[in-house]
Every structure is written in C-alpha cells, then in structure tokens.
Ligand binder design. Sequence first.
Ligand SMILES: Cc1ncc(COP(=O)(O)O)c(C=O)c1O
Length: 295
Amino acid sequence: MRGMNGRILAKLEYLNPGFSKKDRIALQMIEEAEAQGHLRPGQSVVELTSGNTGTGLAIVCAIKGYPFAAVMSKGNSMERARMMSALGAEVILVDQLPGSIPGQVSGGDLELVEQEAERIALDRNAYRADQFHLVGNARAHYLHTGPEIITQTGGTFHAFCDFAGTGGSFAGCAAAFKEHDPSILCFVVEVAGAAPLAGEAVTKPNHRIQGGGYSMPTLPLLDTENIDGYIQVTEDDAIHVTRRLAKEEGIFAGFSSGLNVAAALQLVEGDLKGKTVVVLLSDSGLKYLSTDLWQ
Ligand SMILES: Cc1ncc(COP(=O)(O)O)c(C=O)c1O
C-alpha cells in the first residue's frame, strides 16, 4: 500500500476454485471424514456457512458424489447462495433475528442457522461437516496454507494477523509459522466493538464484515498458546482499505481481506515499523457485488 512503513505480503485466497480460502477446509474435512469412516458413500452432507465453506463443500461434494445442503443466514450476500446452487448444493436460507440488519450477521443470527443445520442433519441422517469443531478445518491451513506461505515468502516475515470466524485459518497458519520460527508474532484480528476474544465487552454485535466476528467469547479451534496479541479494526477502516486494495493494488477482495490488511497497516505503522507482515485475503470482491462495498 502506498506510503506505508514496512511490507505486507498478502496470500490471495480468492484464487482458489470457489474464490475463497474455505475450499481448503472443505476438502480436508471431507477427506478426513472419509478416512475415519464417518462419511458413507452417497451420504448427505450438511453445514452452516456464511457462503464460503458452503461453496467449498458444494465443489467437493459434487465431485465426490455426496448430496450437500448449505444452511446460511439471509443476512449474507445472495451471490453466495446463487453460487452454491449453481454448484449443485441445496441452499436453505434462515431468517435473521427480529431487528437484525441484512448484510450484518450477528452471533444470534448464526445461532439460528446452527439450530437449523443441526435439525436438518438429524432429519436426514446427514454428516455434519462442522467447521467450528472439526480439527480438519485448522489442519487444512496447518498442512497447506501455512507451509505455502513459508515457501512463497522464503519464510522471512515477522508477523501474521488474521480475522477469526471459526479461528481455523489463524490456528492452522499460526501453528505452522511458530513451528517454522517461534519469533513470528501472530495476532487475532477482531472488529472494533465486537472483540470478545480480546476480553472486550461487545457493543456492536452486528457489523458488515461477513464470515466472522460473531462475538463468541471462545472458539473451540483457537489455541490461545499461539496468540501474541489482538488487533481491532473499525468497520469503516476495513471498508476503506478493501476499496484501496482494489484501486491501488488491483486486488479485488472482500470485506474481511480489507480488515486483515488494515490490521497489518496498524502493525507496520506501530510497533512493527519497517517489518514484514503476512495476511490472508480470504475471498473475492465478486461475492459482495450486491452490497454497498463497491459503489
Ligand atoms: C470471507 C471470510 N473471511 C474470514 C473468515 C474467517 O475464517 P476462519 O473461519 O478460518 O476464522 C471467513 C469464514 O467463513 C470468511 O468467509
């Protein structure tokens, strides 16, 4: 980014087939379930999603012959629902809580989606590809995303910061980075006002950063041992940086990608002046054409 005091290395995860980092966890979770005998040939698969995990699962399930149902909040952008349907998934949309705002999915909204996913899984005797609990989620990033970044950067960076939804990408990448070089600092990124992981009171449970920031005080996959600190970014700053990425760098990514880069900018403008920070750009800007991100 222009005028900054350091270097940000961004891994463009929107270059995956489903245009997000979640393709990786979809493949890992399904192949682990197959290997462990938890998923029978032709069995239905169900998962709640903000759209990206569902897209990854739709791709993997289509190829491997599992009927897949994606359960998503109506608060997520409709591009995601359309893409999952196009890939052969059944998409079940769940109403938001009364008073919730479209485009802003809260922890409460997600709880409704969780209940519906669980109900459908029981009803259909389906395999629940539970991204909040299955270790395959973090393992996909530990085995692939993290090591790819180490190879592609020459392994010589100082810090990593990542927005948490399930916490899987943070957990997997941080574990790989710490193993490679324990001095690499790893920061969890949250939306200002929705930062319970940092121990802050939640004052803004609804925000526009889709895919995370659900105000859950703990995340099963997030191993606090590898967390060196927490960074908060305002929604406005995240949106401003997402737009700057497009206009200045030719990087067409989503809200959470801008949030991660905004956090990295805080680092190189603060304690890590002149240093190199790694971030993931989680999904494509194409997933937000119906929102107010692009004007
Ligand atoms: C666009 C986007 N960014 C960030 C995240 C958070 O990633 P993780 O679940 O690995 O913490 C997600 C998760 O769905 C996402 O879809």
